[in-house]
Design a protein around this ligand. Sequence first.
Ligand SMILES: Cc1cc2nc3c(=O)[nH]c(=O)nc-3n(C[C@H](O)[C@H](O)[C@H](O)COP(=O)(O)OP(=O)(O)OC[C@H]3O[C@@H](n4cnc5c(N)ncnc54)[C@H](O)[C@@H]3O)c2cc1C
Length: 257
Amino acid sequence: MNRKTIDFSKFSSIRIGPIVDVALIENDVVPEGHTIVGSANNLLVSPTPPPLMLLSKEYDFIRLGEDGLHIGAATAGGRVVSFCKKHDIAHFEYLSKLPGTLGGMIKMNAGLKEFEIFNHLIALRTQSGWKRKEEIEFGYRKTSIHEVVFEALFEAQEGYSVERYELFNQMRSNQPHEPSAGSCFKNPPGDYAGRLIEAVGLKGMRIGEMAFSEVHANFLVNYGGGVFEDAITLIREAQARVKRAFDIDLQCEIVIL
Ligand SMILES: Cc1cc2nc3c(=O)[nH]c(=O)nc-3n(C[C@H](O)[C@H](O)[C@H](O)COP(=O)(O)OP(=O)(O)OC[C@H]3O[C@@H](n4cnc5c(N)ncnc54)[C@H](O)[C@@H]3O)c2cc1C
């Protein structure tokens, strides 16, 4: 099995993590006991992660077929948007502002407000074959997928929209520019994680080079050279304070490995 050396302090969007030898998935051969990573936009990798694996370039493709749009799980969201613009396909405009690969987006049911990756999904292919959307449980930033996703099939409806693309760009304007892994916590039902973090006095709270952003409290940002331990301390502190003050269990949206 081929391997690739990855420095997670450079590869991950939050710029934290060790240098690790990662197994490469080729020809649908998935090594036992390994955790899949996409492009690490939603990950916080510890100094001692479990064995990791990555999809090879063969899973980076987009193909328009009779049955819909086939997208490989290693394909970046930006590439999907460019393809859809060129072929006048609707409903993928929001991916331009959602960093990651299709596999990571499907596992997380990533999205922006009511626009989620499962909305126009037809089926996906995993280690155990093709599964229709109806066979998968999914909700806000969660799915019942516990296998490696190789590719997915989507509805290919006509009508790429420049207006929607612009709207999504505007929706991003309140995000900090420092490295982060996106939203740190999921929004609890009927509330906002950012509001709760601010209410318990943690907006802008900094430990070492890590902080809950001044711009948006639910973004755990790295001011440069931040470390895993400081990130975890801030996460645990927010969970403890919000539990004490509001009796709400804040759940991490960031995946900790
Ligand atoms: C600045 C910023 C803004 C963001 N904004 C948003 C937002 O608005 N909405 C939103 O939903 N997310 C947002 N995110 C989070 C991130 O964009 C998404 O979670 C994205 O889906 C991560 O994709 P990835 O390839 O980087 O996955 P990773 O971070 O590498 O992995 C995420 C999870 O997916 C699993 N996974 C990865 N590939 C596969 C595969 N092939 N098969 C099965 N499981 C797999 C991993 O095991 C892990 O559990 C943001 C992140 C950043 C940095």
